[in-house]
Design a protein around this ligand. Structure first.
Ligand code: NDP
Length: 338
């Protein structure tokens, strides 16, 4: 059983060497009398929140840190090989939190969700039909209170979450502009995800001026994935009664000293509402979201781009690639085919 071990707490940017590939034997059945499930992992998800789990814990967070010397865990898709739990049988396809390894024993399988629809790529359950999908949907519809015709700006717009926010905003009849870190991503935003416009933030000397160019009348809704200087520039361009959904601030995750925000007074002047949110708070909406998303996918109203690393050994490199923008679309790791 090949596995990826978390070596030790990380400060600054994570490196491949912070994770180790090791091998160990595993019996391919669950112990008699246990209610665990043995999973063959098929796809693993690389997500920015995993960086937070690599830091030495200071204070309370909404997610537990990884333990040095222990296996990396994260969302994935797997096939049940053996089960001691009455709700699961060999052959079931599931998604949920699993180990970064070929086979995982899941001690509390109640947290796994059985996969109902298999007419889409199974990897979608790490993305559009999984945690990032629900994040985009709940974040946009519940936090942003969008109305037809409003102007929407999305940062990290071509990623796992951003590509969906743009499409939800277009389905709602909004004007949507996204930013991303390469020409290839900017082209995708416009040609594949239906963004009205897009720009490469790395090529802009002055983010405030760039936003003024795309939003001469201001921004009603900002879907925040990036933080830092981007948030500061956005604050100067928000409209009165604008809404900011604070989904993530990836530009800050690897900094020892987080950047300050200078333009916060705009919140008062423009009566802006900024609200943070986390996906686990919206789990109850998942069944309803799944039905809607699968229908949209079948009708061609939602599309999804993935970046697939082709083996478990490539998982560490795929994960750290999120922090330099190497991924084009949702970063997935293929561990095994069904
Ligand atoms: P992505 O697929 O978008 O991958 C991360 C992307 O972030 C990179 O490809 C890169 O794109 C961009 N990025 C990396 N470093 C920087 C930087 N310093 N400045 C600007 N952009 C940077 O990831 P997700 O879609 O999964 O996540 C997007 C955001 O949503 C993250 O902040 C994440 O933490 C957050 N999130 C929050 C959740 C919640 O429950 N609140 C749940 C899921 C995600 P580029 O080339 O464009 O720079």
């Amino acid at each position: 059983n090949k596995r990826i071990i978390f070596k030790d707490y990380v400060s600054g940017y994570p490196r491949e060497e912070d994770m180790l590939v090791v091998s160990s034997d595993i019996e391919l059945k669950v112990p008699a009398g246990s209610s665990a499930v043995l999973l063959k992992n098929l796809y693993l998800s690389c997500d920015p929140y995993m960086r937070g789990k690599m830091s030495k814990p200071v204070g309370k967070s909404y997610t537990e840190p990884f333990t040095p010397g222990s296996i990396i865990t994260g969302y994935g898709v797997g096939k049940v090989v053996d089960s001691g739990h009455p709700n699961f049988q060999a052959g079931d396809l599931v998604w949920g939190v699993t180990g970064w390894e070929e086979y995982s024993v899941i001690q509390a399988p109640e947290s796994l969700i059985k996969i109902k629809y298999t007419d889409v790529p199974l990897s979608y359950y790490t993305g559009i039909l999984g945690m990032p999908g629900l994040t985009a949907y709940a974040g946009f519809h519940e936090i942003c209170s969008p109305k037809k015709g409003e102007t929407v700006y999305v940062s990290a717009a071509s990623g796992a979450v951003g590509q969906l926010v743009g499409q939800f905003a277009k389905l709602m009849g909004c004007y949507v502009v996204g930013s991303a870190g390469s020409q290839e991503k900017v082209d995708l935003l416009k040609s594949k995800f239906g963004y009205d416009n897009a720009f490469n933030y790395k090529e802009e000397q002055d983010l405030n001026a760039a936003l003024k160019r795309y939003f001469p009348d201001g921004i009603d809704i900002y879907f925040e994935n990036v933080g830092g200087a981007m948030l500061d520039a956005v604050l100067l361009n928000m409209r009165v009664y604008g809404r900011i959904a604070a989904c993530g601030m990836i530009s800050q995750y690897n900094l020892a000293e987080k950047e300050g925000v200078r333009n916060l007074f705009s919140v008062v002047v423009k009566r802006i509402r900024i609200q943070g949110f986390i996906e686990p708070d919206y789990k109850h909406s998942y069944p309803q979201f799944l039905e809607l998303a699968i229908q949209y996918i079948r009708e061609g109203k939602l599309v999804y781009v993935e970046d697939v690393a082709e083996s478990l050994e490539k998982a560490p490199s795929a994960l750290i690639g999120l922090f330099s923008g190497r991924n084009v679309g949702k970063q997935v790791v293929l561990v095994a085919r069904e």
